[in-house]
Write a protein that binds this ligand. Structure first.
Ligand code: NAD
Length: 337
């Protein structure tokens, strides 16, 4: 059993903790609480051990007896998954993990340079094997990497232009926006393109991005110049048969991010999550003259697409060599293909 702890029990951390607890080859040693909240109450109800990172009185005053502090948690672990807000992961590496010689997985808010290895299981599982520190790329980069790697393997990619229409905030978040504007990222390219290249090293990609007043998923539009000619039905089949990608259709009335999220809830997914990248069948197109320009649109559930990646990354770092097998094990526990 791989002993795993989660530091940073928020949007991403609580999902990772549940996913770890579902794996047959992993044991959740505990989670941290930075401050008392409903998240801590739920962790307690689930029977997770709770470790403090700052003031233990905050928990005690609210009726929670901590199981120790972060140093106690780190003593019990093979791997810590750090899901703290961006840049705190790097501080934690310097403050705790390196000196205690604990393997650590970081999230997309950290820079690639913090670990030197960035990870999307179906693209570069082998790069994570036996590493001490690995970063799971952001939700947007994970979405781009999954479908682009699939296309690149079959057709070869000459270049990509992609635009990310990003949700303004997560659904619980009362602090961020916009609530009445469309806000472009005023840098060219947006950081997503260079980030994709930390995983897909040889793909030429240029990205632009903007934020909109929605909390339900990101939407990407992609234009991909292919090295080999493609046919529309083959591309649809390719996406249908690829892991962690789901074709969604107008005929199912899955015409928007709102309907996809409702669909995930109806499927009975934990928290209504949709960890697969959803590609709209009717929004896949190939230019008719040369058959080598592919266009498609995809939706990315920002809160959940990176969760299976964290699980596979833990196995890779612990020396489990068979990436495909790890992906299958993780997928089975999530009920995805
Ligand atoms: P979040 O704010 O929802 O959760 C962070 C948690 O860490 C909170 O519970 C907070 O109390 C806790 N925390 C704060 N400081 C801490 C400290 N010093 N030690 C321990 N815990 C501390 O943030 P999130 O959205 O889960 O993001 C976490 C990481 O995941 C970031 O790197 C982010 O970029 C990345 N990420 C976020 C999303 C998303 O859409 N939310 C998607 C993919 C990746």
């Amino acid at each position: 059993m791989i002993k795993v702890g989660v530091n940073g029990y928020g949007t991403i951390g609580k999902r990772i903790a549940d996913a770890v607890a579902m794996q047959k080859d992993m044991k959740l040693a505990g989670v941290t609480a930075h401050s008392y909240s409903f998240n801590t109450e739920v962790a307690k109800q689930k029977g997770y051990k709770i470790f403090t990172v700052n003031d233990e009185n905050d928990l005690k005053l609210n009726g929670i007896k901590p199981d120790g502090d972060i140093n106690n948690l780190l003593e019990e672990l093979d791997v810590i998954v750090d899901a703290t807000p961006k840049k705190v992961g790097k501080e934690n590496l310097d403050k705790y993990y390196r000196s205690k010689k604990i393997k650590a997985v970081f999230q997309g808010g950290e820079r690639h340079e913090v670990t030197g290895t960035s990870f999307v299981a179906q693209c570069n599982y082998n790069e994570g094997i036996n590493k001490d520190y690995v970063r799971i790329v952001s939700c947007n980069t994970t979405g781009l990497c999954r479908t682009l790697h699939t296309v690149d393997k079959k057709y070869g990619i000459s270049s990509v232009h992609a635009t990310m229409i990003r949700r303004g905030a997560d659904p619980w978040d009362i602090y961020h926006g916009p609530i009445n504007a469309i806000v472009p990222v005023l840098e060219m390219p947006s950081h997503h393109g260079p980030d994709v290249q930390t995983v897909l090293h040889n793909v030429e990609i240029f990205t632009t991005a903007l934020s909109v007043p929605s909390t339900l998923m990101h939407l990407h539009t992609l234009t991909v110049d292919l090295k080999k000619k493609a046919n529309l039905n083959d591309v649809i089949e390719l996406f249908k048969n690829s892991t962690r990608i789901r074709i969604v259709r107008n005929a199912e009335h899955l015409r928007s991010t709102a309907e996809i999220m409702e669909f995930a809830r109806d499927l009975g997914r934990l928290r209504g999550d949709m960890p697969e990248i959803c590609v709209w069948q009717e929004a896949i197109g190939i230019t008719s003259n040369a058959h080598n320009k592919l266009l498609y649109m995809q939706a990315v559930h920002q809160e959940s697409d990176v969760i299976p990646e964290n699980i596979d990354c833990i196995r890779a770092m612990m020396g489990f060599k068979d990436g495909e097998k790890s992906i299958q094990m993780t997928n089975k526990s999530f009920g995805i293909k």
